[in-house]
Write a protein of this length. Structure first.
Length: 109
């Protein structure tokens, strides 16, 4: 059974309210991106923790020069993430939409 137009409208309103924002993602990327803040916000905890640890270890080892490699890698990762954020936000919105659609279909039975 398909969802009604009214249910679809309600789902889209909830997607708008519950999904992560592009502006918030970029703000976190700009201010705390090197700590993985934008990735935590977007629900990508594994890569966020990796980025956080790379930054911490990079700063600790920067004294001997080895950490600079890690910090450069985090910097490159941040640059790449600037282009990946729109896709991550869209993916999160689709996930929220699909979950709400499944709930609507299950409640219809």
């Amino acid at each position: 059974m398909a969802v009604s137009t009214e249910q679809q409208i309600l789902i889209e309103q909830r997607v708008t309210n519950e999904a992560k924002s592009m502006g918030g993602s970029y703000a976190l990327w700009f201010f705390v991106g090197y700590l993985g803040g934008h990735r935590f916000y977007l629900g990508r905890k594994g890569s966020a923790i990796t980025m956080l640890l790379m930054t911490i270890v990079g700063w600790l080892l920067a004294v001997v020069g080895v950490g600079l490699i890690l910090l450069a890698a985090v910097g490159l990762w941040l640059l790449i993430d600037a282009f990946l954020i729109p896709g991550m936000v869209a993916e999160h919105k689709n996930k929220v939409r699909n979950e709400l659609l499944q709930q609507a279909l299950l409640s219809a039975h």
